[in-house]
Design a protein around this ligand. Structure first.
Ligand SMILES: N[C@@H](CCC(=O)N[C@@H](CS)C(=O)NCC(=O)O)C(=O)O
Length: 324
């Protein structure tokens, strides 16, 4: 469930829908940028910055994939919150795969926001990119952090290539990121958190319409933007890999499962089996987080069984061309 800081004070509270019962996601507030130029305020440097994530969260997961693809594990340390997000919001507490906070020694993620801005108003979300030098949050928007790690951290990266948002595909990548965001990435939440039947139907129509569209596209091309793996694939992956285990049940995204879409399902296995993807996917954190953290939609907090699906099974995507 989580809560909200109001002028720096914490209140446990759920999500306020719009007048028609629709889930409304707040916009990210910290939007500074790390730049690799001599005069930059936030210049990438090994050990200066710190990434706060949840392994359950699809937004944070995007940044973990790029961090791994760029081999930034040493240069950009990470802290992982406990999967439960209840009245105190995200916490640093013992759980397999979770860590403490070596930066501020915080017990709660909200302390990181309070340290950045004692008067902060808003929800306490992950991912967060923290600057140890200025003791502040640089950015808490996954799409920005993904782009920064892709483009602005190359000098620190043992694998600076390929570019996952190359100039010649940039407009198409931005358009694709926008196209999948509302109906799919945010759409699963809009299904799950809808507070009226109409709001739910609207979200489900958008979601399953978009899944059918991309399943059709992926019949003829290996990736969302053609024959190159891009940031758009990373952003779709983190929703798809959670879908059958969680969203189909917990968020009532029940019309079809991903395994029912031949191209999406093969595409998902293709991505899972690449470096950076499967290895950053923690279904234990994912399943525990969702089923436990939203008692208003799952009051028993029981964790539904893992469906019998195998992300490591062979796939048919090699039939489609891929360029590096
Ligand atoms: N627009 C943000 C969204 C991040 C976000 O909403 N993260 C969720 C976890 S999946 C969160 O921390 N929610 C806490 C809350 O809403 O209280 C991004 O993409 O980084």
């Amino acid at each position: 469930m989580g809560g909200r800081l109001v002028n720096g004070t914490w209140y446990a509270e759920g999500y306020e829908p719009d007048a028609d019962g629709r889930f409304v996601r707040q916009s990210s507030v910290f939007r500074e940028w790390t730049r690799d130029t001599g005069d930059a305020r936030f210049r990438p440097e090994a050990g200066r910055f710190h990434l706060f994530v949840s392994l359950a969260c699809p937004w944070a997961h995007r940044t973990l994939i790029m961090r791994r693809l760029r081999g930034l594990d040493q240069a950009l340390p990470v802290s992982v919150v406990h999967p439960d997000m209840l009245d105190d919001g995200w916490e640093f507490r013992e759980f397999p795969g979770s860590t403490d906070d070596p930066v501020l020694g915080a017990r709660y993620m909200r302390e990181i926001y309070q340290a950045a801005d004692p008067e902060f108003t808003g929800r306490v979300t992950v991912p967060v990119l923290w600057d140890r030098r200025e003791q502040t949050i640089v950015n808490n928007e996954s799409r920005d952090i993904l782009r920064m790690l892709d483009h602005d951290w190359r000098a620190l990266s043992p694998n600076p290539e390929p570019d996952f948002a190359p100039e010649e595909l940039r407009d198409q990548i931005e358009a694709t990121l926008d196209a999948i965001y509302e109906p799919i990435n945010n759409g699963v939440y809009k299904c799950g958190f809808a507070q009226s039947q109409t709001a739910y139907e609207e979200a489900a129509d958008g979601l399953f319409g978009a899944l059918a569209y991309w399943d059709g596209k992926l019949a003829e091309q290996r990736f969302l933007c053609g024959d190159r793996l891009t940031e758009a694939d990373i952003c779709l992956y983190t929703t798809l890999v959670r879908f059958d285990a969680v969203y189909a049940v917990h968020f009532k995204c029940s019309q079809n499962r991903i395994v029912d879409y031949p191209n999406l399902w093969n595409y998902l296995r293709d991505l899972y089996q690449r470096p950076g993807f499967g290895e950053t996917t923690d279904l234990r954190h994912i399943r525990r987080h969702y089923y436990v953290s939203h008692p208003f939609i799952n009051p028993t907090q029981h964790i539904a069984r893992m469906p019998d699906i195998d992300f490591t099974a062979s796939h048919d995507r090699f039939r489609l061309p891929e360029s590096a």
